[in-house]
Ligand binder design. Structure first.
Ligand code: ATP
Length: 359
């Protein structure tokens, strides 16, 4: 029997009481559509904070109850006093983090889904590396200077997003030739792991202590994903460098024999986060960005501590979320379900950052 999503009006009074009076809000970008659709499906009111060029888009969706327009996303903090007066819960996504500074994030006192303490560990590549290593996960080697390079490396600029400006260097001689391009920039030199990029999306529930694999994707990057279309012989003399700019995502499923390892990695990341970022640790949605080598080893490039854009492929659920829910369950909806379950069990504060507790 297929389980139907219960229409809002047919829900029990207690269910309506829990979510009806709260509005889930997010910034109009990244995965806002998924978050707000999920919120509506779970019975919440929904609010998108848009900019003049995105306002009409967000208004065009029936599941968004309200759109507030600000001139620039970076002006979001000016809206905070108004939002604080309402029963709003903020669900952050990647663009939220990109547009607001870490300080603003911490200052924002609107009820906030997630643990802000994780932000510091996520934002610093060094701290992230400590976190991952402590969790027993394999990370690519790092080199401090060009002279140390003894294998192909990827140069990662600090603050870059979506792989912009990354550079592939074959050896230390390559580094010497490009050093001019890197002057006055902060970057890391990381071993280039040859394998397939594989992004695994998780959800950890602080209410049940259970970890779920939600979905998986790979990024489609230009031009590194198209170089194989031109035989290497024909590329000779063409002066093509691989670049890593994300232009899309495609869905993946993992060989089932590797799934237990993927699950264990998620558990280890959560376990260590509870040691380093306060007892609440990392909860809600997160993603481990891996490269899998031919001997089926996962190397970890990064952890994203919230919903990632790759989950937008699965607004209607993924094969993995179907196994747990037998109904469409996007990561956005899973977040709203967690908030609703918290309200129903009188434990909303468990899913909110400690600085934004409600009384
Ligand atoms: P975001 O913050 O949006 O997740 P980013 O700018 O931090 O992205 P990464 O995800 O770290 O970028 O890397 C972008 C791309 O570069 C990856 O998808 C992958 O193709 C490539 N890449 C990154 N690290 C390595 C590595 N160590 N070896 C091989 N390829 C890598």
């Amino acid at each position: 029997m297929t389980m139907m999503v219960q229409p809002f009006l047919q829900r029990s009074t207690s269910e309506r009481d829990s979510s009806e009076f709260y509005t889930i809000a997010t910034l109009g970008s990244h995965s806002a559509l998924q978050i707000l659709k999920g919120a509506r499906d779970e019975g919440f009111k929904t609010l998108a904070i848009a900019a003049p060029d995105t306002e009409r888009l967000y208004k065009s969706f029936g599941f968004i109850d309200e759109v507030i327009t600000i001139q620039k996303y970076s002006e979001f903090m000016g809206l905070v006093p108004e939002l604080e007066k309402r029963k709003i819960i903020i669900v952050p996504h990647g663009s939220f983090v990109a547009y607001l500074s870490l300080d603003d994030h911490k200052k924002m006192s609107i009820p906030y889904f997630g643990n802000k303490a994780v932000l510091d560990w996520e934002a610093s590549r060094e701290l992230q590396r400590q976190w991952l290593t402590r969790a027993g996960l394999k990370v690519p080697r790092q080199f401090r200077t060009g002279a140390e390079i003894d294998r192909p490396v990827i140069v990662k600029l600090y603050g870059a997003q979506g792989g912009k400006g990354y550079m592939f260097l074959r050896h230390s001689q390559d580094f010497d030739e490009r050093a001019g391009l890197l002057a006055r920039q902060d970057y890391i030199l990381q071993e280039y792991v040859i394998g397939v990029p594989f992004y695994i999306h998780y959800f950890y529930s602080p209410l049940t202590g259970k970890l779920e694999i939600m979905s998986m994707d790979r990024r489609y990057e230009t031009n590194v994903d198209s170089l194989g279309r031109i035989p290497s012989r024909a590329q000779e003399g063409m002066d093509i460098d691989p670049s890593y700019v994300v232009v899309g995502n495609s869905p993946l499923s993992l060989r089932e024999s590797m799934l237990a390892e993927a699950y264990r990695m998620g558990e280890d990341v959560v376990r260590v986060s509870q040691e380093i970022c306060g007892p609440k640790g990392l909860f809600g949605a997160f993603c481990i960005e891996t490269i899998i080598t031919p001997d089926a080893q996962f190397y970890i490039m990064e952890v994203s501590a919230r919903i990632v854009a790759g989950t937008n492929l699965f607004i209607d659920g993924s094969p993995y979320s179907y196994l747990n829910y037998s109904e469409p369950m996007s990561t956005g909806r899973r977040i709203a379900r967690e908030i609703k379950n918290a309200l129903l069990s009188n434990s909303l504060n468990t899913v909110l950052d400690d600085s934004t507790q409600v009384s």
